[in-house]
Design a protein around this ligand. Sequence first.
Ligand SMILES: Nc1ncnc2c1ncn2[C@@H]1O[C@H](COP(=O)(O)OP(=O)(O)OP(=O)(O)O)[C@@H](O)[C@H]1O
Length: 257
Amino acid sequence: MIEVVHVSVAYEQKEVLHDISLTIPKGRIVMMLGENGSGKTTLMKAMLDKLPFVQGDILWKQESLRKLNEKQRAACFSYVPQIKEMVADIKVMDCIVAGCTRRLSLFEVPDAKDYAKANAVLKKFQLAHIKDKYLHEISGGELQMTYVARAFLQDSEVILMDEPCTYLDFQHQHLFLQQAKQLAQQGTSLFISIHDPNLALQYADDIYILHEGRIYTHLKKEEPFLRRRCCECYNTIYGKHFALAGDDSSGYLVWKE
Ligand SMILES: Nc1ncnc2c1ncn2[C@@H]1O[C@H](COP(=O)(O)OP(=O)(O)OP(=O)(O)O)[C@@H](O)[C@H]1O
């Protein structure tokens, strides 16, 4: 379990995240929604120790993450960055099996089992045909799925994903989130930033809505009137533009003219 405890983060002197507290429990999918610039990427980077905090702490099994060295941190987290952060231009298969390397010792290389796992995940994503292509030869959505596949192979306890659905078509969004759900059922914790509230309502166990650098609300799957409350929250933040189409157990948010 990861606990973010009263974290504030600033760029130069300007604070952009204010007093954030949230929990990512074991085996749950936690999704973070929020308008552009609300601070989702900033929070993920702070969790990865890429940005210093103004105040607060992030705890992993009740110990400060800041006490972990890079190797310990890598064993704990996998990270799927926004696609604008391009990794090296290598072949898709090499990129995915690279996910295994950090649990291997210095002189070990990925073995047949690792390649079999990589092939299996590509097959589940219906992308077996891209495995021998270079990253610059595939589409934005295929690149996104490649990064996701790499993270899924890392066997880390927590996976952080920054807007992984952005470039995915409708089918691949669901293929990816179905796999995420399976990983969560096996005990992995997933922390995903996303813009589509309907995907969050369908797949998240916890939803945090960020607004202007603060947590505006926390919705839990188990609580009643989840969809209605999410809709009310959007209407309060963004003006009365949203309605719930359908009932509270399966309805979805729509934009009203
Ligand atoms: N390197 C930086 N230097 C200064 N300010 C930054 C930097 N990166 C982000 N910001 C600012 O911090 C705030 C939060 O940005 P962040 O990228 O975390 O938002 P986000 O919620 O991930 O947005 P989006 O949905 O558009 O990806 C924004 O006001 C942004 O302009």
